[in-house]
Design a protein around this ligand. Sequence first.
Ligand code: FAD
Ligand code: UDP
Length: 373
Amino acid sequence: MSATYDYVIVGAGFSGLVLAERLGSIGKRCLVIEKRDHIGGNCYDRKDRHGLFYHVYGPHYFRTYSAQVRAYLSRFTEWNEVRYQVRVFTRGTYWSFPVNLETFRQLKAAPAATEDDFKQYLKDNALDIPSPANAKEAILSVAGRELYDLFYAGYTAKQWGRPPESLDASVTQRIPIRTNADDRYFQEDFQALPSEGYTRMFERLLAASGAELRLETDYRHALPGLTYGHLIYTGPIDEYFDCRWGPLPYRTLRFELDEVPAGPDGFAQPALQINYPGPEPFTRTVEVKHVTGQSSPWTNIVREFPGEYQAGQSEPYYPLPGAESRALAERYRMLAADEPNVTFVGRLAQYRYLNMDQIVAGALHTFEKLQER
Ligand code: FAD
Ligand code: UDP
């Protein structure tokens, strides 16, 4: 006789595994179904031939303001607190980024320029746009055209394959602009990587959950043979409904791993991440060795090439933050709200551009709601 599960969880990413662990902790029997051949979803990391970590699906920089999220995950991992440092390479120069006083000094070839000088520059250059309506206006309204053209216009168009005017202001507002010399990429008070990698943390979550796992299985094939109480779905929301209102737009990516000898300083590039707003077909290169603390005569670089998503042929990495896609996603969310006995949770199932800590907070909240059922 086949087993009976309290919950079937589709997707062994962050959302699915946190929910499996929480439900397991109250004695629920869970089955996790994952179509890939590994757990961890897009946060999956592994080691290359030289034993050096790399982030298989692009850089994953954990950071959070949430004491609750940090305390919860700390049960499954220790942390290396890190400084995420990014440079932009364009016009033959590595620029300090996100835009800060040092960037201004580079731009004006004025090493002695002060914070007041930069504030005055921003005041003189920022366009008077009281409520920025899109990703372009969001930058023009605080930094002006020169900085927009140098750092944002090319990168944003390449990353999203659309004009920045068609994207939500929140896209470029993710990146701070500072008048002091603070060049940290993020603002959150806790910025750290799991000290043994994300995948080890996910293995511990799964082990604690007691859940059964089926890899390389599409839930659509497995579900008909299963007896279960409730479905938790973390895949793309449009796919769940067979794209009945048409497919939602996503941005896909291709990743290229290069294992290379390290230079005399132990690295191959001058910072953890280099962004390329210019004509290169890739947006960024990441050398995670800068923040893992590993030492080796070798290193690795992952190059990220954005591309247009095609259902069934590529992975849907980024929901597209724009007015049209939001309206379509809302229609799917209405269908989801009426779907009996299914909970939609996570970045793809909610069609929202959410960071890992927001995902964990969301999964913990979903667990509370499931307990109230
Ligand atoms: P996912 O990780 O996407 O997991 C969903 C899982 O469902 C996948 O494993 C998928 O294979 C599986 N699945 C889908 N359909 C099916 C099906 N039909 N049957 C079975 N299984 C299925 N966040 C940060 O906080 N910091 C960062 O620096 C950061 N960088 C990022 C860089 C990139 C390139 C990307 C794409 C995302 C980044 N994120 C970052 C966001 C982070 O990846 C997400 O917040 C997180 O992965 C969401 O977890 P999830 O479980 O909701 O989704
Ligand atoms: N961005 C940019 N230039 C950069 C870095 C980022 O124009 O050098 C814009 C771009 O639109 C990008 C957004 O800011 O999609 C958010 O950047 P982030 O680095 O947070 O991207 P993510 O890590 O989410 O891919």
